[in-house]
Design a protein around this ligand. Structure first.
Ligand code: PEP
Length: 257
């Protein structure tokens, strides 16, 4: 038993323009009426593309929709000559609560190193955003080093030197499970999440380790969410593909342990 509020987070990736985003959030809200997120038992967050954020914020604010939202990336810099980048200050001004950092697609297609991930984590915290730090091993890593060595190393690099009160979320996303339809087993997820909690304890502190939510991500769907949520060190899910289907995502939010 712990007092971490489960977090069900939808990473839309590069899907849904701002008009589609508004329609989606309205429909999701309507589908989830009276679900357990309404009383704060579960937190729901959506991560739309940058161009949708203002529209999503306006809708959530106007209709008092109990969803948090965040961005999928943030610049390591505050402002200035960084063409194409988005400052954490801008996201904070939009009332974004979260920002995903170091998703495997950013690490792979944009060559984001552990150093970049650490810098972006600091930028997020500086602007009052909660970084959702993504770590995970590839199939080759799994074969060569086992499941936990690479994600533990990535997390240690991201967290080194953070203050004991840092408010973060960690997402364990085995790369081989993302978008593949082949989720990790609940036991595999639990084993790595427990190791990651140990990394938080070592780098940030015991209190942070006890309160930080660690999410599992990788082919989560309505049919497997409950089994993950029964694991003691899994505090929620980062959902890709299934977060784009209203009924499926709503069913994930409504999981019953
Ligand atoms: C993700 O990309 O964060 C993810 C978990 O994707 P999917 O749920 O589609 O595997």
């Amino acid at each position: 038993v712990n007092n971490r509020t489960p977090l069900i987070a939808g990473n839309w990736k590069m899907n849904l323009d701002h008009l589609q985003a508004v329609a989606f959030v309205q429909k999701l809200h309507w589908t989830l009426k009276d679900a357990k997120h309404e009383d704060g038992t579960v937190e729901v967050a959506v991560f739309p593309p940058f161009t949708d954020l203002r529209s999503v914020q306006t809708l959530i604010d106007a209709d008092r929709i109990p969803f948090a939202f965040g961005a999928q990336d943030v610049s390591a810099n505050d402002s200035g000559a960084y063409t194409g980048e988005i400052s954490g200050a801008f996201l904070a001004k939009l009332d974004a609560r979260y920002v995903i950092i170091g998703h495997s697609e950013r690490r792979e297609y944009h060559a984001e190193s552990d150093e970049v991930v650490a810098a972006k984590t600091r930028a997020a915290l500086k602007h009052g955003l909660v970084p959702v730090i993504c770590v995970g091993e590839t199939a080759e890593d799994l074969e060569e080093f086992g499941a936990s060595a690479v994600p533990a190393g990535q997390l240690e690099a991201a967290l080194a030197g953070l203050p004991a009160n840092a408010d973060i979320v960690v997402a364990y996303e085995p790369v081989w499970a993302i978008g593949s339809g082949q989720a990790a087993t609940p036991q595999q997820a639990q084993d790595v999440c427990a190791v990651l909690r140990g990394v938080i304890a070592k780098t940030v502190g015991e209190e942070a380790a006890a309160r930080t939510r660690i999410l599992y991500g990788g082919s989560v769907k309505a049919a497997n969410i409950a089994a993950f949520m029964r694991e003691p060190d899994v505090d929620g899910a980062l959902v890709g593909g299934a977060s784009l289907v209203v009924d499926e995502f709503a069913s994930i939010v409504r999981y019953q342990k």
